[in-house]
Write a protein that binds this ligand. Sequence first.
Ligand code: SF4
Length: 71
Amino acid sequence: MANCECLEKCPFFNDKMADNDGLCSMYKTKFCQGDFAGCARYMIFKKLGKESVPKDLYPNMTERAQKILAV
Ligand code: SF4
């Protein structure tokens, strides 16, 4: 599986976001080093640019990402 192109600078991947539920390492494997096209942050990055990615958006929050993209 390929790594996400955002990986080096992504705040999520670089532990700049809280890991309240302890699932971050699972998301890193699942999204950042695998299905990055399915990551909520990546979806917004690709369509709207990195400035539009909310600071508190986690990779699994695809519903929220779709609402942002639908506006
Ligand atoms: S998959 Fe999502 S969370 Fe992971 S590095 Fe890429 S944009 Fe960041």
